[in-house]
Design a protein around this ligand. Structure first.
Ligand SMILES: NC(=O)c1ccc[n+]([C@@H]2O[C@H](COP(=O)([O-])OP(=O)(O)OC[C@H]3O[C@@H](n4cnc5c(N)ncnc54)[C@H](OP(=O)(O)O)[C@@H]3O)[C@@H](O)[C@H]2O)c1
Length: 297
């Protein structure tokens, strides 16, 4: 049976039997303002998660540092026992400080604690996919990730993690991780206006590795552009739907995790899975790319 989310097609993680719909869901917004919980309306957050899964979403992106803890607890409350085939992707490598900042948490003990926090709060015995998050929000740093990624590879061998990914990384850091363990996905900052990773996306597509852009709608500063508005008006869609459809058409290895705490926005975002952008529209949208980003060719 086709569902709203399945209209965007599916993707199988490399060298695994794990397949997800390309249209997924990012849970960060559920924590509340500044990603600091608890949210005002936990029942509303639960309703968003349940509707996403009912609509066919089987890829949810989260972290135990969203809230902190509360987002994973809400996921468990909404969906546990989890339906067959649901893939929950979490990330470690940061923590939340009392001032609500996001300092790194990459020491061996911090990583081990984070894995156990995720397991406990999600109600799982093994995490489906864990991303090691290393850089800042806007761009990667070039520090070696050998030590922290080796810790995650050990925890994978112990059976606590099924698959590994990396987040906020440079191509050099990705290669370093791949020399330690199989990497099934990369999660970096990318959207129609911020295309710094164009070359990396194509390289990962060649390797069959998923690329999961965070801030697909602009994140804390929502995408705004006259070109996006014009393209949306010309096909009777919304600008956010065009931004998501553009990502789906950009490369078959791109998986979407748009974040929302609103049922209306969730429905709007899921409907983008069936939107097709004609070549002339794609060309008009290249004008949105920021000056330091390369437009698609
Ligand atoms: N690896 C990392 O370092 C990292 C960093 C950031 C995020 N992430 C992951 O990426 C996911 C996506 O990122 P994100 O949630 O920060 O940013 P996003 O998906 O680009 O945008 C979310 C923002 O857009 C709004 N929104 C969503 N759908 C909308 C629509 N149809 N129309 C208008 N506004 C809409 C949301 O508000 P409403 O709630 O009001 O809809 C929210 O303010 C997160 O959930 C998280 O899982 C990872």
């Amino acid at each position: 049976m086709s569902t709203t989310a399945s209209l965007g097609g599916a993707f199988t993680l490399p060298k695994t039997s794990t397949s997800v719909q390309r249209m997924g869901y990012g849970a960060m917004q559920l924590a509340g303002h500044h990603v600091w919980g608890p949210p005002r309306d936990i029942d509303a957050a639960i309703a968003v998660l349940r509707e996403a899964v009912d609509a066919g979403v089987n890829h949810i992106d989260t972290s135990d540092f969203y809230g902190p803890h509360i987002t994973n607890q809400i996921i468990a409350r909404a969906l546990h026992p989890y339906p067959e085939g649901l893939v929950i992707v979490t990330k470690v490598g940061a923590r939340r400080a009392p001032d609500r900042s996001w300092p790194h948490a990459l020491s061996r003990q911090e990583l081990i604690d984070a894995i156990h926090d995720n397991l406990r709060n999600l109600g799982l015995e093994r995490l489906d996919v864990v991303n090691l998050r290393v850089g800042g929000f806007s761009s990667p740093t070039e520090a070696s990730i050998e030590a922290p990624f080796t810790v995650l590879a050990e925890l994978q061998r112990e059976g606590l993690i099924h698959h590994l990914g990396v987040s906020n990384v440079s191509p050099t850091q990705l290669a370093e991780a791949q020399s330690i363990a199989e990497v099934v996905c990369v999660q970096n900052f990318y959207n129609i206006a911020h295309r710094t990773d164009d070359v990396l996306i194509d390289d990962l597509a060649g390797q069959g590795i998923a690329y999961v852009p965070f801030f697909p709608l602009g994140g804390f500063t929502r995408l705004q552009s006259a070109e996006l508005d014009a393209a949306a008006a010309s096909i009777g869609a919304t600008p956010m739907q065009v931004a998501l459809a553009w990502l789906l058409q950009r490369s078959p290895n791109i998986l979407l995790i748009p974040g929302t705490s609103s049922l209306t926005h969730l429905r709007e975002n899921l409907a983008a899975a069936s939107l097709y952008l004609h070549p002339e529209i794609l060309t008009s949208l290249d004008a949105i790319a920021a000056p330091n980003s390369s437009p698609t060719t």
